[in-house]
Design a protein around this ligand. Structure first.
Ligand code: 5GP
Length: 114
């Protein structure tokens, strides 16, 4: 999959169902949803994997989690619960190499994940 697929979504070169946007964060519905609500929250800055996160990104990561909580709350899942997950590299299932939080809600989510 393209290294910069999500940069193309940020640039509106590829369409996406955008649900949240600030100057530094974008969130849009996953094209292959794994739950009734499945949103991807990405930084507008390109960060390839969790391994590339620097201390200077701390605020940005905080914004991404706040966005996830806000979207979950707006969709009525704050009290029932939801899952936020980020995959790192191939063994964990990362296919797009621009970090993204998966926000999953609307069904019972088993643990441990597969
Ligand atoms: P990963 O496997 O890297 O953790 O997650 C990548 C996610 O991006 C997958 O859940 C996949 O369905 C989603 N995805 C891949 N291509 C597109 C796309 O073009 N548009 C949207 N909205 N989601 C995509």
């Amino acid at each position: 999959m393209s290294e910069d697929l999500f940069l193309k979504i940020i640039a509106r070169e590829i369409p996406a169902d955008i649900v949240y946007e600030t100057d530094s964060v974008l969130a849009f519905k996953d094209i292959n949803p794994q739950a009734p609500l499945h949103v991807l929250i990405i930084p507008k800055t390109h960060i390839r994997t969790i391994n590339d996160i620097q201390l200077e990104h701390a605020g940005l990561l905080g914004e991404m989690f706040r966005a996830a909580a806000s979207i979950a709350r707006d969709n009525g899942y704050a009290d029932d619960g939801y899952r936020v997950v980020m995959n790192c590299n191939e063994a964990a299932g990362q296919t797009v190499f621009h970090i993204h939080l998966h926000l999953l809600a609307g069904r019972d989510l088993s643990w441990p994940p597969g």
